[in-house]
Design a protein. Structure first.
Length: 496
């Protein structure tokens, strides 16, 4: 392609800008746009789930990015009286506060099955803490302690406290010990819990929390993936999040976590989001970003039913031996090809859906637009089958990218995925900026002696050409030649 190094030229171009999420999150949350309540939470789950964790052993080095105080020491989530060096060896020394730190699961690991990743190594909730205080917390729920000091212990400077719960806050009978973090970090912890029950919404039901006595005071036996926590816990976390709002430290950590494991905490990026998910504004619509004031690149959402009608009704049921092995349908500038594939044996479609078997291909392409994400609506889910693009395994039935065409196939195995429809988000294809240089009189993308000759010919002929009037004074004369000479060949080109 040709690159131009241009100094002092007149550039004219048309720019198109997209809505952007907060904290430079760009279009990260776009899939949740327009959702509310339960649908909003599930959409957020699909965006942030499956973090690319660095492993339990990798957390020590990762803390150098996520949890360093302004004075250079580790940010201790439970103590303000420690000076641990980032990247230093961890210690399980529990004799007294300040003698060592370790990795603390804000949501205790026994509640989700211990060494089960990604929860086990998810740095959003596995944080550095003093080993002594970590031991005192153990797997007890977070809460607020009673005002009866005889039943309460505390860390140095009374930063963290633990003991009997405050009986006025709705904690269930039988709960004898809670751990109360400092007021300065209560909101951080609440938003971590909001993250955990969102990120792992689709796996919560399989967690063995019922086998933990302490977890039964936190999770609701009759709860749902949407609302899995007991009401007293949820009320407390909602209150903590409001009293301790997101600050610059939490924003910086969220960005660092994104750099470490590739996902974000939406409850940090959008302070108060919990009210749209579970609270008083759960009927309100979530908007992921703000318009920059220029034209929005988001074009439209298209939903296409994949069935025999869409593909022309050539046949229904199993593919006849002599029927076409490639079916094609079009809608709103979107073309979908359903193909037998190299080595495929079966194809199937009816009035309701198509079936994708091993080796089948589903190719989606757009005209005049780019595909930014595609969601598959499946009629029958064989959990052992997953979609792939090339060698990449998709996260469930959702793909995100930036291209005009993408080809899907299944992993190896038996059975099929029954696809009823696809929903696509599209963006307009914006032309490259048009660069014009008034010094390029003859239009050859160079500014050199040829442009001088072009001006001289116009002067000689006694005519007028606006392209030769480079100084825009209404005439073509040797003043325009002087402009070209003084430019000294200011435009060059190189082919790459």
């Amino acid at each position: 392609m040709t690159k131009y190094i241009i100094l002092g030229l007149l550039l004219t171009f048309t720019a198109t800008a997209a809505a952007q999420g907060p904290n430079e999150s760009g279009k990260y949350y776009r899939q949740a746009n327009g959702k509310s309540g339960q649908e909003l939470k599930t959409a957020m789950c699909h965006i942030i789930r499956n973090p690319k964790v660095v492993g339990y052993g990798g957390l020590k080095e990762a803390y150098c990015l996520t949890d360093v105080r302004p004075d250079g020491y580790l940010r201790d989530w439970y103590s303000n009286a420690t000076q641990y060096v980032p990247g230093s060896n961890m210690s399980s020394n529990q004799k007294e506060e300040g003698m060592g730190y370790n990795r603390e699961h804000l949501l205790p690991q026994s509640w989700f099955g211990k060494t089960v990743d990604p929860m086990y190594s998810d740095i959003t909730h596995v944080v550095p803490s003093d080993a002594r205080l970590n031991s005192q917390r153990n797997d007890n729920p977070f809460g607020e302690v009673t005002s009866n000091t005889a039943q309460v212990n505390s860390s140095k400077n009374d930063y963290s406290r633990w003991g009997a719960p405050n009986p006025d806050l709705g904690a269930p009978s039988g709960l004898t010990k809670v751990f109360e973090p400092n007021d300065k970090i209560k909101g951080d912890i609440a938003r971590v819990y909001f993250y955990m029950i969102t990120c792992y919404e689709d796996t919560l039901a399989s967690w063995p929390w019922r086998q933990s006595r302490t977890a039964t005071y936190v999770f609701d036996e009759e709860g749902t993936p949407y609302e899995p926590l007991q009401q007293w816990v949820m009320d407390m976390f909602m209150r903590w999040s409001e009293l301790d709002p997101v600050d610059s430290i939490e924003l910086a950590r969220n960005e660092a976590v994104f750099r470490v494991q590739g996902n974000r905490n939406p409850y940090v990026d959008y302070p108060g989001l919990e009210q749209l998910v579970w609270g008083e504004y759960r009927d309100s619509i979530f908007v992921y970003g703000e318009d920059s004031g220029e034209e929005e690149t988001f074009k439209e959402t298209v939903t296409i039913a994949l069935n025999s009608d869409f593909f022309g009704g050539e046949w229904t049921g199993s593919r006849p031996a002599k029927a076409s092995s490639v079916l094609r349908g079009e809608k709103d500038g979107i073309t979908v090809e359903y193909a037998l594939g190299n080595g495929g044996r079966n194809m199937y479609m009816n009035k309701d859906h198509i079936r994708l078997y091993q080796k089948n291909l589903l190719v989606v392409s757009a005209t005049g637009a780019k595909l930014e994400d595609i969601t598959f609506n499946v009629a029958k889910n064989d959990s052992s089958r997953v979609f792939m693009v090339g060698d990449e395994v998709l996260d469930g039935y959702y793909w995100q990218g930036d291209t005009t065409e993408v080809a899907f196939h299944l992993d190896d195995g038996r059975g099929a995925v029954h696809v009823k429809s696809i929903t696509l988000h599209l963006t307009e294809i914006v032309d490259e900026p048009v660069i014009t240089d008034k010094n390029d009189v003859n239009g050859d993308s160079l500014v050199n002696v040829a442009d001088i000759f072009a001006i001289i010919r116009i002067i000689r002929d006694g005519t007028y050409d606006s392209k030769a009037d480079v100084n825009s004074d209404g005439t073509v004369d040797f003043a325009d030649v002087a402009v070209i000479i003084n430019s000294k060949g200011i435009q060059t080109s190189t082919d790459q």
